[in-house]
Design a binder for this molecule. Structure first.
Ligand code: AMP
Length: 192
């Protein structure tokens, strides 16, 4: 099963991706998580992306291409994956197309988690890391608004793109984690 998750920051993509991973046994590939880990480790990549992330802007497509190509080439991702936070631009969609084409594979669904933007802002302002209780440094109001602008301007057109391909499943992202998870499972029904 090959899935991408779309939706604004705060829609619950990461939380739901973890649920799907647990239920379906497919790797959850969160590009934001990968980049945050790179920043925390102080690697060359981390140093390259740190400032852009702190401003709420997108990391370049070139850098993302190397990160994602490498990750999707790892053994656990060969038979399926759930991409959370990628693709975010049209060139990233095209990159994913090329990676899959070379392997003779295709995407099964693009799941769009819908949430009113004001609800997303509220959720992000309240969000804490599940394990450490820490607040992400880009979860402050100014940067949240910037990230939502970037989402609307650059990423939201991908919803239409995947719709035209017949891959889009829109899911209401309001309500409890369990309610949203139930809707996602229904949207993925029939896939194995
Ligand atoms: P996220 O955890 O998905 O909200 O991502 C956090 C930050 O990582 C974003 O605001 C971007 O700066 C960066 N990022 C994550 N995924 C991508 C991507 N696919 N393209 C560009 N930048 C990304």
């Amino acid at each position: 099963m090959r899935i991408v998750f779309l939706g604004p920051p705060g829609a619950g993509k990461g939380t739901q991706a973890e649920r799907i991973k647990a239920a379906w046994g497919i790797p959850h590939i969160g590009t934001g998580d990968m980049l945050r880990a790179a920043v925390a480790s102080g690697s060359t990549l981390g140093k390259q992306v740190q400032e852009v992330m702190a401003r709420g802007h997108l990391v370049s497509d070139e850098l993302m291409a190397s990160v994602v190509e490498k990750r999707l080439g790892e053994p656990d991702a060969l038979e399926g994956f759930l991409l959370d936070g990628f693709p975010r631009t049209v060139p990233q969609v095209e990159l994913l197309d090329r990676i899959l084409e070379v392997r003779g594979k295709s995407l099964d669904r693009a799941v769009m988690l819908e949430l009113p933007l004001e609800v997303a802002v509220e959720r992000l302002l309240q969000r804490r890391d599940e394990k450490t209780g820490e607040v992400r440094n880009d979860d402050n109001e100014e940067i949240i608004r910037e990230r939502l602008h970037v989402y609307q301007d650059v990423t939201s057109p991908l919803v239409e793109l995947y719709k035209k391909r017949g891959l889009l499943a829109k899911v209401d992202g309001t309500g409890t984690i369990d309610e949203v998870f139930g809707r996602i499972q229904a949207a993925l029904e029939g896939l194995s």
